[in-house]
Design a protein around this ligand. Structure first.
Ligand code: ATP
Length: 619
C-alpha cells in the first residue's frame, strides 16, 4: 500500500496550476505578439528582449510557447471533457442495461480502439478539414472508448450492490438511479481517467499538428513549433528543445498529478469501499462546543448520523449511533443485513463510500500518544497516518483483500514499511505469521495467496492488521466467508491476540449473534440504522431487554431445535422507515404506542440501554 496523501498532491498540483494559469493569462502577460515576424533576426539565440530566442520567421519563442500552451491545453481539455461525457454515458448505459444496449454502446465504442489513432485522425481531417475544432472532435472520438470501458466496468460491479438493487425494487426512476446512486460511486476512477486523457491528448495534439493535421499555422502550438524547428535543427537546435521541454514537462506534471490522485482516491480498491476523500469535502457541522471529554477511553462514538441520497431526498442509514470502548475491551456490533453495522465501522476507519455522508456526531479516539482526536473531522492525511498503525481493520473476504500477484510475505511486510519500519522486516513478518498460527511461516511468506487455504488467508490478513500493534482492531464479519470449523479457529485466534496485545480494543461486526458469546465483552445490537440495545455479553443472552435481541437469540442455529425461529419480515429500507418504533411492524410485543412515537434509547441499568417502551415487561 502506497503512502501518499493530499500533501503529495501539492507539488504536481502547484506546477499544473502554474502552467494552466500562464496559458489562461497569456493575453495579459507582457509578451510579444506570437505571430509577429521579424525576418531580419530569424534564428537569433536568446537575448534580453527575446529570452528564448527567435524562430525561423523571427517570431518570439517564449511568447509562442506560452500561447502554444493555451492552444494545446484548451484542445486537450475540451477533447477530454467531450470524451468523458460521451464515453461515461455509453459505459453506464451498457453496464446498467447490458444486452443489446451493451452491444450498441460499449462494444461499438471498443471497435474505435481497433483503428490506429493516426489513421482515424486522418479520416476525420479528410472529412472535416484541418483546424482546432476538427482536432478536438477526432481526439474526443479516440478517447471516448477509454472512458466507456472504465464506466462500464465500474457500473457492472456497482450494479450488483444491494443498495442499487433496492432502489430498483422500489421503482425509483432509472435516470435517477444512474445519476444519484451509480455516478457518485463510480466517480473516482473516472476523475483519474480524465487527468490521464488530458496528458495523452496533449501528446497527440502536438503529433497531429506536427503532421499538419491539427492546428493551422500561424497559430502557435507546440506541435507546429517542433515541426518548424526541424528544418533548422542544425543551425538553431534550441528551437527544437523549448517546445519539446514544454511538452514533456507538462505531460510529466499531469501524469504525476494523476498518479497521486489515483493513489489518493483508490487507496485499497474495492475491499475498503470508496475512500474517505470525497466524504471530507462535505461540510460536517462543527464539533459540539465543550471540546473533548477528559477521559473518553479508547473510542467514543457520539450521535453518529450518516446519510445517503435516495429518490426521497437525503435519508439516514445510520441515526444517532453511540457507544464507547475501553482499552483491552471487545465490543460486538450485531444486527441483520442492512442495519448499518458496516457503515458504522467504516466511519471509524474514515473509509466511507463516497455516496455516504456523515452529517452529525463525533468519533473520539485516543491515539498511542495519548491525544484525543475526532476522527470524523480529521484531515485525510492524518487519518491515513493512523490507519494501519493505531487503527486496523480486517475484512470479510480474505480472498479479495489480498493482492493475488504479490507473495504473502511482501504484503504483510508492506504494512510495516508503510509505517516506517525498514530494518528486520523479513524476520518480523515471519514472527507475525507464526503468531497468527501459520504452520510453516517461512514457507508461507514465500507463497502466493492462492497457494494457501481461505482460513490461512484470513490469518495472513490478521497478521498484516496487527503488524504495528494497533490500539483499535475493527473486524467486519471476519469469519463469514469461512466454514464452521475454521470460523471457530479464527475466533479463537482473535481472542488470543486480544489477550496478547493487552491494551488493544476490538470492535467485532457480525450478523451472527452465536459467535459473539466467545469473543465479546459487550454487545451493541443495531436495527435499521439505530442502536436498539446495549449490554454486557452475559446479560444480553441471559435477559435480553429488546424484542429484536430476543428474536435474534431465538433464531440462533446453536439453540435447541424447538427454539429456532426466523424473524418474520425484513429490515425496512432507509427511505421507508415506519413511524414510531422501527421494529414495531415485525415485533410480537408491539402495542399501539409503539407505532405512534419513536422510543428513545434509555439507560435501564448501569451499562445497559434499551430502545423499547416495554422493556420492563420482558423481565
Ligand atoms: N455505498 C452506498 N451507497 C448507498 N447506500 C448504501 C451504501 N452502502 C450501504 N448503503 C445502505 O446503508 C444501509 C446500511 O448498510 P450497511 O452495509 O452498514 O449494513 P450492514 O448492517 O453492515 O449490512 P451487511 O451485513 O449486509 O453489510 C443499507 O440500507 C445499505 O443499502
Amino acid at each position: 500500500m502506497r503512502r501518499l496523501s493530499i500533501r503529495a498532491l501539492a507539488a504536481p498540483g502547484i506546477l499544473a496550476a502554474i502552467i494552466v494559469l500562464a496559458a489562461i493569462a497569456a493575453p495579459l502577460l507582457p509578451l510579444t505578439d506570437p505571430v509577429r515576424q521579424d525576418v531580419a533576426n530569424r534564428l537569433t539565440g536568446p537575448s534580453f528582449t527575446h529570452w528564448l530566442g527567435q524562430d525561423e520567421y523571427g517570431r518570439d519563442v517564449l511568447s509562442r510557447i506560452v500561447w502554444g500552451a493555451r492552444v494545446s491545453l484548451s484542445v486537450a481539455f475540451a477533447a477530454a471533457a467531450m470524451a468523458a461525457a460521451g464515453g461515461t454515458l455509453l459505459g453506464i448505459l451498457g453496464g446498467y442495461f447490458r444486452g443489446v444496449v451493451e452491444l450498441v454502446t460499449v462494444r461499438v465504442a471498443e471497435v474505435v480502439l481497433c483503428f490506429p489513432p493516426l489513421l482515424l485522425a486522418l479520416l476525420v481531417v479528410t472529412l472535416m478539414g484541418p483546424g482546432a475544432g476538427t482536432l478536438v472532435f477526432s481526439l474526443a472520438i479516440l478517447f471516448a472508448p477509454g472512458f466507456a470501458r472504465v464506466a462500464y466496468a465500474e457500473t457492472l460491479s456497482a450494479r450488483s450492490l444491494d443498495y442499487v438493487t433496492a432502489q430498483e425494487a422500489l421503482g425509483a426512476r432509472t435516470r435517477r438511479i444512474l445519476a444519484r446512486t451509480l455516478l457518485p460511486n463510480i466517480a473516482p476512477p473516472l476523475l483519474v481517467q480524465f487527468s490521464l486523457t488530458v496528458a495523452s491528448a496533449m501528446v497527440l495534439e502536438s503529433g497531429l499538428s506536427f503532421l499538419g493535421l491539427g492546428v493551422v499555422p500561424p497559430s502557435p502550438s507546440w506541435g507546429l513549433m517542433i515541426r518548424g524547428a526541424r528544418a533548422s535543427m542544425e543551425q538553431a537546435p534550441l528551437l527544437l528543445f523549448w517546445p519539446c521541454l514544454a511538452l514533456t514537462g507538462t505531460v510529466l506534471v499531469l501524469n504525476l498529478l494523476c498518479d497521486r490522485l489515483r493513489d489518493l482516491l483508490d487507496p485499497r480498491g474495492k475491499a475498503a469501499g470508496r475512500p474517505g476523500f470525497l466524504r471530507r469535502l462535505v461540510a460536517l457541522p462543527a464539533a459540539p462546543v465543550g471540546a473533548l471529554p477528559a477521559a473518553p477511553g479508547l473510542l467514543t462514538v457520539e450521535g453518529l448520523t450518516l446519510e445517503i441520497p435516495s429518490r426521497a431526498g437525503q435519508v439516514q442509514v445510520v441515526r444517532d449511533v453511540g457507544f464507547s470502548l475501553a482499552p483491552g475491551e471487545t465490543l460486538a456490533i450485531v444486527g441483520e443485513s442492512g442495519s448499518g453495522k458496516t457503515l458504522t465501522g467504516l466511519a471509524v476507519m474514515g473509509l466511507l463510500p463516497s455516496a455516504v455522508k456523515p452529517v452529525a456526531g463525533r468519533i473520539l479516539f485516543t491515539g498511542r500518544d495519548g491525544q484525543v482526536r475526532d476522527l470524523l473531522r480529521m484531515p485525510e492525511t492524518d487519518m491515513r497516518a493512523l490507519r494501519g498503525r493505531d487503527l486496523a481493520m480486517i475484512f470479510q473476504d480474505p480472498s479479495s483483500s489480498l493482492n493475488p500477484l504479490l507473495r504473502i510475505g511482501a504484503q504483510v511486510g508492506e504494512s510495516l514499511r508503510a509505517h516506517g519500519v525498514t530494518q528486520g522486516v523479513k524476520a518480523r513478518v515471519v514472527a507475525l505469521l507464526r503468531q497468527v498460527g501459520l504452520p510453516d511461516p517461512e514457507r508461507a511468506a514465500d507463497a502466493y495467496p492462492h497457494e494457501v487455504s481461505g482460513g490461512q488467508r484470513q490469518r495472513v490478513m490478521i497478521a498484516a492488521a496487527i503488524a504495528n500493534h494497533p490500539r483499535l482492531l475493527l473486524a467486519d464479519e471476519p469469519t463469514t466467508a469461512l466454514d464452521v470449523t475454521v470460523q471457530a479457529q479464527i475466533l479463537g485466534l482473535l481472542a488470543e491476540l486480544r489477550r496478547a496485545e493487552g491494551a488493544m480494543g476490538m470492535v467485532f461486526v457480525t450478523h451472527n449473534l452465536a459467535v459473539v458469546s466467545d469473543i465479546a465483552d459487550r454487545v451493541l445490537v443495531m436495527y435499521a440504522g439505530e442502536v436498539v440495545e446495549e449490554a454486557p455479553v452475559t446479560d444480553i443472552f441471559a435477559a435480553p431487554r429488546h424484542p429484536y435481541t430476543a428474536a435474534l437469540i431465538a433464531s440462533m442455529p446453536e439453540g435447541e431445535a424447538e427454539r429456532l425461529s426466523a424473524i418474520p419480515g425484513a429490515v425496512p429500507q432507509p427511505w421507508a422507515m415506519p413511524t414510531g418504533c422501527r421494529f414495531a411492524p415485525r415485533c410480537v410485543m408491539a402495542a399501539e404506542a409503539c407505532r405512534t412515537a419513536a422510543p428513545a434509547l434509555v439507560e435501564i441499568a448501569s451499562g445497559r440501554h434499551s430502545r423499547c417502551l416495554r422493556w420492563e415487561e420482558m423481565a
